[in-house]
Ligand binder design. Structure first.
Ligand SMILES: Cc1ncc(COP(=O)(O)O)c(C=O)c1O
Length: 370
């Protein structure tokens, strides 16, 4: 008998957004627009990162630096956090895995929200943990009091995506302050800030300050996949106390971040213009979509991220499939029990406008006007 583990067999695998090439093959469509995976809207990587990649390629016959030496130095300076308090991963997905493998034993409990990043429950289950998904508030925000109410002696981890995926909502500095004061020290609070670079809200919490001030049970996750435009290379990182980071280093594989990715990430940190353009595009795209959704009479959730959740008032799965036929990839929300909502990543101006026209034509049953 193959020693399958029941709790792993029971996992419902993560379904990523459809890649562009797959859609081109399936539907024979040349022009595909992907607004499904919250990638960088500029539509190309940073020139500095591409230059660094070309240079790094001549050394891919060698193992990468296990310590991510240069990248670590640069990032440490950039975010003003000591090197001993940073660990890199193969995307922040790997950081989530390191935390889960590092802290969970079979039967341990993890708490998050019922509408949050789907990788949290999967990796909890991989480690034999029990995932408690707390309902969101009426305005689709994390219910921090609800989470506090679920903590038991078996709770090891709490995941809070801030801003949250897929809602784009956020918890405020005041709310986090009050929450952390009540979380017992045996629980590690993981603040997943994958979308932090897109935040405009003045009351958004500054989580790195908690780490600087010595909150030993706070871990902050960040990524180079979104605003920094390196999703295909896979680089993320965690910031926490020296003890926690040292502990996570014991869990990771020796060469977990490849050399090309390290070089690109180090280069993009310096490419301030790339980041500026990205943020500008997201901020103006958000405003554009708000205006257009309002005009179409569609409810949406104001977002602090590079995506917006919008209620299409009909089967979101059907809207997703119809848009696909026109080469537009968005994200249906059935997996989150939001059958009438779709999540739309903010893209470039022409892409955003195309999505609005396609939605309008489908929802109003009007012929599509290009
Ligand atoms: C909330 C959140 N955390 C983490 C990630 C993973 O990002 P990556 O593994 O590309 O760093 C994502 C990706 O969509 C996300 O939405």
């Amino acid at each position: 008998m193959i020693p399958f583990k029941k709790y792993i067999q029971d996992i419902k695998p993560y379904e990523p957004g459809k890649p562009i090439k797959e859609l081109q093959r399936e539907y024979g469509i040349r022009n595909v627009v992907k607004l499904a995976s919250n990638e960088n809207p500029l539509g190309r990587p940073s020139t500095a990162a591409m230059r660094a990649v070309r240079k790094a390629i001549s050394e891919i016959h060698l193992y990468p630096e296990g310590s991510c030496h240069y990248l670590l130095e640069k990032l440490s300076r950039e975010i003003d956090i000591p090197k001993e308090q940073i660990i890199f991963g193969n995307g922040s997905n790997e950081i989530i895995e390191l935390v889960a493998r590092g802290f969970l034993s079979e039967g341990d409990e993890v708490i998050s929200s019922e509408m949050s990043f789907l990788v949290y429950p999967i990796l909890t289950q991989v480690c034999g943990g029990c995932y408690k998904a707390v309902p969101m508030t009426k305005d689709y925000r994390y219910d921090l009091d609800g989470i506090l109410g679920q903590i038991t002696p078996k709770t090891k981890l709490i995941f809070i995506a801030n801003p949250n995926n897929p809602t784009g909502t956020y918890v405020t500095a005041g709310e986090i302050e009050a929450f952390l004061a009540k979380v017992p020290p045996h629980v590690v609070v993981c603040m997943d800030e994958a979308y932090v670079d897109f935040v405009e809200a003045g009351d958004f919490p500054r989580m790195l300050n908690y780490v600087r001030e010595g909150h030993s049970n706070v871990v902050v996750f960040r990524t180079f996949s979104k605003a920094y435009g390196l999703a295909g290379l896979r680089v993320g990182y965690a910031v926490a106390s020296k003890e926690v980071i040292g502990y996570l280093h014991k869990v990771r594989q020796p060469f977990n971040v490849n050399s090309v990715a390290q070089a690109a990430a180090a280069a993009v940190i310096e490419d301030k213009f790339f980041l500026w353009k990205t943020k500008w595009l997201v901020k103006s795209g958000r405003k554009y979509f708000y205006k257009k959704f309002k005009k179409l009479g569609l409810e949406y959730l104001p977002s602090q991220a590079n995506f917006i959740l919008v209620n299409v008032k009909t089967d979101g799965g059907e809207v997703f499939r119809e848009l696909l036929k026109s080469g537009m990839i968005v994200r249906a929300m059935g997996a989150y029990k939001l059958p009438e909502w779709i999540r739309v990543t903010i893209g470039r101006r022409g892409q955003n406008a195309l999505l609005v026209r396609l939605l309008k034509s489908y929802l109003n049953k009007e012929p599509f006007q290009d």
